[in-house]
Design a protein around this ligand. Structure first.
Ligand code: ADP
Ligand code: MG
Ligand code: ZN
Length: 483
């Protein structure tokens, strides 16, 4: 019996306005090679200057993961040549990173997380470090021609390195989702996997269950979705256990970087052992140490409420179960939307349904919760109108359809569409009397014990009111009249 041992390196692109060591903008979609200057082009004589905003965001992350924030950290050069890196080295932090010894808790609340009964419902994954480094540019391969775009060169990255504490792909996904969520809550990066602003390298080894020793790790790069990460881990586990069982583990499993090929569904060696990278690290001579001042620390360790704390508060304040609270707090946009809806004084159950079912069902194309034509206040108000009996749930769906098309207010649409329910007991009583008078035989049967007929009377009253009567009011009036 073997177990999988996994450690992750996550490169997060920080959403600073300018690059790490120069004042070039970091914004995307600019013409190639226009966001460049002598510093990020590594022209001779140009000197890097640290962008303080990068330190601020590092402090925020360090605080969120309960880490040590080093008051002094240092930059190093990692030498290697790539066409998209004009300096032929990367500035990074090898020896003293800005953030060290953090942790992150993952929870096994989600269904299918491979979690067994009687096992703990959470686990701590230790984070070894988070260090600052500069991103490279981009190579664009276009037929026979390869081009280089240096707009991204020098963009700030935080590389967050976990300890090898994960034991399954489920744990890996939970860790990544939690980390992703925290970065979005802190608003220190877009963390978009497809766009490459949240890049994951997966280190995988195996060992016989029960052993403490760490065996040779293989690093798999270039995986841009949770599904592929899961697949890459499965493939590596299979490859390594097979080598072990065939008695060729030592020969076949080497510490190397492998690429995940999604078409062939395999991992394969990226560089041969002979050409193993020799990075020749040395301290960066052009930069001063990065200093976190008292003032910086005081300011940027004030971070917003994080997903776990928000989840626990929703459970306490709104009486939600932990699972639902976990769902609405997993993404910051959703959590804020939900909180704003709740300000209308509605129940969490209805807010949840309208936020997670009715609204998403109407978001088309490029629409999402952040640019939804119906904002949180409006949706909350609509739910309020169901709860105070003004309209039925069915009518509310019609109102929402209308609101998705036009920027109108909830009460105006209810009036315009004539959807207001009749809750006035006088009007309802009159209809009930009519129905009772029209059905003397059914009334006899009902009084004789055929309870099921109650539903029939409610239905008749609703029909007579053309669906405008408040069903709850109808129930009450009928109950009173029929004894
Ligand atoms: P490098 O830059 O050489 O890849 P790092 O220290 O940045 O080295 O990252 C090493 C990663 O590999 C860490 O996430 C660590 O947890 C993980 N790791 C180390 N040893 C093992 C192992 N035996 N099995 C699985 N993962 C490992
Ligand atoms: Mg690595
Ligand atoms: Zn520049």
């Amino acid at each position: 019996m073997f177990e999988t041992v996994i450690g992750l390196e996550v490169h997060v692109q920080l959403n600073t306005k300018s690059k790490l060591f120069c004042s070039c903008p970091t914004s995307f979609n600019h013409k190639q090679n226009t966001n460049t200057c002598p510093t990020c082009l590594a022209l001779p004589g140009a000197l890097p200057v640290l962008n303080k905003e990068v330190l601020h965001k590092s402090i925020m992350l360090g605080t969120a993961i309960d880490a040590t924030i080093n008051r002094e950290s240092f930059f190093d050069r990692k030498s290697y040549f790539y066409p998209d890196s004009p300096s032929a080295y990367q500035i990074t932090q090898l020896y003293t990173p800005v953030v060290e010894h953090g942790k992150l808790e993952i929870d096994f609340l989600e269904e299918g997380a491979g979690h067994q009964k009687n096992e703990p419902t959470s686990k701590i994954i230790r984070i070894n470090r988070a260090h600052i480094e500069a991103d490279a540019g981009k190579n664009i391969h276009d037929g026979d021609i390869s081009k280089v775009d240096l707009n991204r060169a020098g963009t700030p990255l935080l590389e967050i390195v976990s300890e090898p504490d994960m034991r399954s792909s489920e744990e890996v996904i939970l860790y990544l989702k939690k980390l992703h969520s925290i970065i979005r809550y802190l608003d220190i990066g877009d963390a978009n996997m497809q766009e490459g602003s949240f890049r994951v390298d997966v280190n995988v080894s195996i060992r016989p269950k029960g052993e403490e020793k760490l065996y040779t790790r293989v690093e798999v790069k270039n995986i841009n979705s949770f599904k592929f990460i899961q697949k890459a881990i499965e493939l590596e586990f299979a490859r390594q256990t097979e080598a072990w069982e065939d008695g060729v583990y030592e020969q076949e499993i080497a510490q190397e970087t492998r690429l995940f090929d999604q078409t062939k569904q395999e991992t394969r060696s990226m560089r041969g052992k002979e050409e193993a990278a020799d990075y020749r690290y040395f301290p960066e001579p052009d930069l001063l140490k990065a200093v976190v001042t008292d003032e910086m620390l005081a300011t940027y360790s004030q971070i917003p409420e994080l997903p776990d704390a928000k989840r626990d508060r929703f459970v306490k304040d709104y009486g939600m179960n932990e699972y639902s609270a976990g769902v609405v707090t997993s993404a910051v946009e959703m959590a804020h939307f939900f909180e704003t809806m709740m300000e209308e004084g509605i129940t969490a159950k209805n807010a949840l349904t309208w936020l997670t079912t009715e609204l998403p069902g109407r978001l088309k194309g490029e629409m999402n919760i952040s640019n939804s034509p119906v904002d949180a206040k409006k949706l909350g108000h609509l739910v309020k109108r169901i709860e105070d009996g003004t309209i039925s749930g069915k009518a509310a769906k019609e109102v929402l359809d209308k609101l998705m098309e036009e920027n109108l207010d909830v009460d105006g649409v209810i009036d315009a569409l004539g959807l207001k329910q009749v809750s006035d007991s006088g009007a309802i009583e009159a209809i009930c009397d009519e129905i009772i008078a029209a059905n003397p035989d059914k009334i006899e049967e009902y009084k004789g014990g055929k309870d099921k007929l109650f539903g029939f009377f409610v239905g008749q009253v609703m029909k007579a009111s053309k669906g405008s009567a408040n069903p709850q009011a109808v129930n009450e009036v009928l109950k009173a009249k029929l004894g």
